[in-house]
Design a protein around this ligand. Structure first.
Ligand code: FAD
Length: 416
């Protein structure tokens, strides 16, 4: 059977691979996109809780600042294809967009499916050949030049250039199982150890289990590190208690500021950020006066979600059935302290499977940042999360996928 020949083969039909393949094909290159799943862009479907925070409406400089690992490496990629370009791209594909809090951009429909369909539509429009196959190896000739790929089913495909866009190791059910690392390592590339980022946190407190399912809105979360007075992270938003500890947007963001031994960190939740200690004291005095003959547990219902009350009462050492008029000044002070600083101690991260992002990947020093071509293997390119780059939440990670995918697709098979 003759080997199928292409100009470019892109391995991985995620955000980066689809953008890359469409861009290469638009330049007239005969392009194949190898995707192991029946359907491409499966991870896009789960982004932004199914709404897809597709980019962040900001300048390239802010994109670089939001990329916590190797932001400067992305300078050319963000210059070539910035947030504005992403927004124009999707609007041109017929997806209307809206900008929400924190410059986060979503489709007006709130459907990640629209973003996935637009990416697939773009690639199809430019006649990308979709191949359902799992690539296992990229082949190079005796001069070290890439000439094709091998797939799990034994099929071989040849091409002048190959782009690895296989994503990271998070959410493996979407197809991203880290294959690209082994493929690149076999060609001599260094892999910076993949670790979870933007990941839920297991805590030492067993009572978190009791609070499972409780979501706190409009609280502030401070991440404190032993020996430092200033918080490492401090933001207002939403978080969630789970059977193992804590999760939700605030916690995921905080996790990307933590590394190594987590026992040196503390997560402090301000349950009443809109009120100062004095204002809270006045509010408590008012409530206690109004309900002086009621049980403490019942009065707490004015202040806290029902699920939190038993744990809160235990932590400030006041029995739930204590009459409010029996509560001492010291006990009230303890309550205020706890309301302003409800603390949990991190034990470890949840596994990489549950992380939003994989930190680590192909060492950036071995990739030309202006083209995304390997400095070690001519004709080999990289795009997206497989590279050792990652960012905070806010649409920045998809922007990295689009920018690097566009840059690689614009340079493959070019005589530089
Ligand atoms: C739950 C969740 C929510 C998220 N929400 C957001 C958000 O709202 N905004 C944001 O900016 N980012 C978000 N992210 C991160 C974002 O989804 C990723 O950064 C982005 O999808 C990475 O794109 P990629 O193309 O590099 O990799 P992927 O999207 O992982 O795509 C890689 C593709 O390669 C395929 N593949 C892998 N190995 C092979 C192989 N050997 N052969 C053939 N195909 C292969 C996979 O099946 C997959 O389709 C979220 C991530 C998760 C998990």
């Amino acid at each position: 059977m003759p080997i199928k020949e292409f100009d470019v083969i892109v391995i991985g039909g995620g955000a980066a691979g689809l953008m890359c393949a469409g861009t290469a094909a638009k330049r007239g290159l005969y392009t194949a996109l190898l995707e192991r799943n029946q359907r491409p862009a499966r991870k896009v479907l789960v982004t932004g809780k199914g709404r897809c925070n597709v980019t962040n409406n900001c300048e390239p400089q802010q994109l670089i600042q939001a990329a916590k690992t190797n932001g400067r490496f992305l300078y050319s990629a963000f210059s070539a294809f910035q947030s504005k370009d992403t927004m124009d791209f999707f609007e041109q594909q017929g997806v209307a967009l809206k900008t929400e809090r924190g410059n986060r951009v979503f489709p007006v429909s709130d459907k990640a499916m629209d973003i996935a369909d637009a990416l697939v539509g773009y690639a199809k429009h430019h006649r990308v050949n979709f191949v359902h196959a799992r690539c296992t190896e990229v082949c190079k000739d005796e001069n070290g030049q890439v000439f094709g790929v091998l797939c799990e089913d034994g099929e071989k495909y040849s091409a002048k250039a190959v782009v690895i866009a296989t994503g990271g190791k998070s959410y493996p059910l979407t197809g991203s199982t880290g294959d690209g690392y082994a493929i690149a390592a076999a060609l001599g590339h260094t892999i910076i150890k993949p670790v979870p980022s933007l990941v839920p946190i297991v805590t030492n407190e067993s009572w978190c289990n009791e609070l499972m399912g409780l979501s706190l809105r409009n609280v502030t979360l401070k991440l404190m590190e032993k020996g430092k007075n200033k918080p490492v992270f401090h933001e207002m938003g939403e978080m969630l208690f789970t059977h193992f500890g804590v999760s939700g947007p605030l916690v995921l963001s905080a996790s990307s500021h933590m590394s190594g031994d987590l026992s040196r960190y503390r997560l402090q939740i301000d349950l009443k950020p809109a009120l100062s200690q004095e204002q809270l004291d006045a509010r408590l005095l008012r409530d206690f006066e109004k309900y002086k003959n009621k049980n403490f547990g019942n009065v707490l219902g004015q202040l806290l979600p029902r699920k939190l009350i038993p744990v809160f009462a235990r932590l400030c050492n006041i029995p739930l059935d204590e009459k409010v008029n029996q509560i001492s000044r010291e006990q009230r002070k303890a309550m205020i302290s706890l309301l302003k600083c409800f603390s949990v101690t991190p034990k470890c991260f949840r596994p990489i499977d549950e992380a939003i992002i994989t930190s680590g990947g192909i060492k950036v020093g071995e990739i030309n940042p202006k083209t995304m071509e390997s400095k070690l293997v001519p004709g080999l390119y990289f795009a997206g999360e497989v590279i050792d780059v990652d960012a905070y939440t806010g649409g920045f990670n998809l922007q990295i996928a689009f920018s690097t995918g566009f840059l690689a697709g614009s340079h493959v098979c070019k005589q530089e």
